[in-house]
Design a protein. Structure first.
Length: 251
C-alpha cells in the first residue's frame, strides 16, 4: 500500500513541471497572440477571422464582458438555492448567501453536474426548487427554446428569478453546433415577449449590449483586451450582441 502511494506521489511530482509549463503557456499565449498577430483594424477584407473561437485564444471574448455586466447588475438575486448551466463560475463570482449551488448539464459527462437535465423535458428537472437560475447563452442552442423557458419557470420557486442571456447577432458557435445544435439568434423584442408569455407582462426586464465596433470585433474574434471598456460598453441598439433577460416568478 505504502509502495503504491509512494509511486503515485513520485508520478505526481514528475508531472508537476509539465503542469507548471502548461499553466504558464495558457497564461501567456493570449498576450503573445495579440502581439504577434495584432488586429488589422483597417483591413477586414479576408474570409478568415483573426480567431475562430470568439477570441478565447487571445483573451476574454467581448460577449463575456456583457454577460458579466448583466449578472453584476442583477447580482442581488443570485442568492439562496442557485443553479447554473454547465458550471458554477457566475454563482461563485456574483452570488451571496448561497445555501445550495447546483450545476445543470444536458449530458451526463460533466462530472461537476448535480442535475443532468434537458430544459425541454420537464421530467428531468426539479420542480419549484430554485431561488435563482443562471442561464447564460443556452437558449440559442435549444431547438424548442420556448419550451425551455417553461422548463426554467417550473424550476423556480415563487419569488425566484431567472437571469438569462442570449446571443443577438453573432457567428455560429462551432462547439455547440457540433454537440447539441446551434439554432437561433435573438432580438430583444422577440425574446422579451417569449419570457413575458410565460412569466407575465411586468415581470420581465431586458438589457441590450452591443455596437458596430464591438460586433465587428466579436465577428473577428478580437478579444476584449484589444478594445477599451468604453468602446465595448457603448450602446447602439441596432447592433445587439448580447441580450440579458431578468424574469421574476410571482409568488
Ligand atoms: C455555450 S454553453 C453555455 C453555458 C456556459 N455556462 C456559458 O456561459 O458559457 C451552452 C450550453 O447549453 C447546454 N444545452 C444545450 N441543449 C440543452 C438542453 N436541451 N437543456 C439544457 N441545456 C442544454 C449545453 O449543455 C451547454 O452547456
Amino acid at each position: 500500500m505504502d509502495a503504491k502511494r509512494t509511486s503515485q506521489m513520485i508520478q505526481k511530482l514528475l508531472k508537476l513541471p509539465f503542469r507548471i509549463v502548461r499553466k504558464i503557456y495558457h497564461l501567456c499565449m493570449p498576450s503573445v497572440r495579440r502581439i504577434c498577430k495584432p488586429a488589422k483594424w483597417h483591413n477586414f477584407r479576408s474570409f478568415e477571422p483573426i480567431s475562430r473561437v470568439f477570441g478565447f485564444d487571445r483573451g476574454t471574448p467581448i460577449d463575456r464582458i456583457y454577460q458579466e455586466d448583466f449578472l453584476r447588475t442583477y447580482a442581488t438575486h443570485i442568492q439562496g438555492v442557485v443553479c447554473e448551466i454547465a458550471e458554477d463560475t457566475y454563482t461563485k463570482k456574483f452570488g451571496h448567501n448561497i445555501t445550495q449551488s447546483h450545476i445543470l448539464h444536458y449530458t451526463a459527462d460533466n462530472k461537476n453536474a448535480t442535475i443532468v437535465g434537458d430544459l425541454t423535458d420537464f421530467n428531468t428537472l426539479p420542480k419549484e426548487f430554485l431561488d435563482c437560475f443562471i442561464c447564460t447563452v443556452t437558449l440559442n442552442f435549444i431547438y424548442d427554446y420556448k419550451k425551455a423557458i417553461k422548463g426554467i419557470y417550473n424550476m423556480l420557486l415563487g419569488g425566484g428569478a431567472a437571469l438569462v442571456t442570449v446571443a443577438g447577432i453573432v457567428q455560429v458557435s462551432r462547439h455547440d453546433y457540433d454537440n447539441w445544435g446551434d439554432y437561433w439568434r435573438f432580438m430583444e423584442m422577440g425574446i422579451k415577449r417569449d419570457f413575458e408569455e410565460v412569466f407575465g407582462v411586468g415581470n420581465v426586464e431586458s438589457v441590450v449590449y452591443g455596437n458596430l465596433l464591438a460586433l465587428m470585433a466579436e465577428f473577428q474574434g478580437i478579444a476584449a483586451e484589444e478594445l477599451t471598456y468604453e468602446e465595448i460598453m457603448h450602446k447602439d441598439l441596432e447592433y445587439p450582441i448580447i441580450i440579458g433577460i431578468f424574469a421574476k416568478k410571482q409568488k
